[in-house]
Design a binder for this molecule. Structure first.
Ligand code: ZN
Length: 126
């Protein structure tokens, strides 16, 4: 359980999945290039883009996670609060826009955390 919480923390704070020391994304966030990532980890030398098109799968994760967040809210608005479809759609577009950057980066972080195994803080450079 503790390992899973540590994994979640690493994923949500965008840390290197292999050693959890260095940042995945370049800080501070530049709104013109929100997906600007560091090339590799400075601690364990894990490449953050091991092959071209590596984050293609993250696009699907983003869609799935976004749907799992927005769909229940939309259904509750329509069937429990009896809001109109247009109003609900407007709220979903607003919520989608608000969580866009978090979802974009979060899905990439989730993807690399699913693919690369944690090897401890002292992971040897590759
Ligand atoms: Zn690392």
């Amino acid at each position: 359980m503790f390992k899973f919480l540590s994994w979640l923390k690493s994923m949500f704070t965008y840390k290197c999945p292999r050693c959890r020391q260095d940042d995945l994304f370049i800080k501070p966030l530049d709104i013109k290039s929100p997906l600007a990532m560091n090339e590799k980890c400075t601690q364990c030398h894990q490449s953050f883009e091991p092959e071209p098109g590596y984050y293609y799968g993250a696009m699907f994760l983003s869609y799935i996670v976004g749907s799992f967040i927005l769909l229940p809210i939309a259904l509750i608005m329509v069937f429990y609060f009896n809001k109109g479809v247009e109003a609900t759609m407007g709220w979903m577009i607003l919520l989608g826009a608000l969580m866009y950057l978090k979802l974009l980066r979060g899905s990439r972080s989730l993807w690399i955390h699913l693919m690369i195994k944690y090897e401890g803080k002292d992971a040897k450079p590759k």
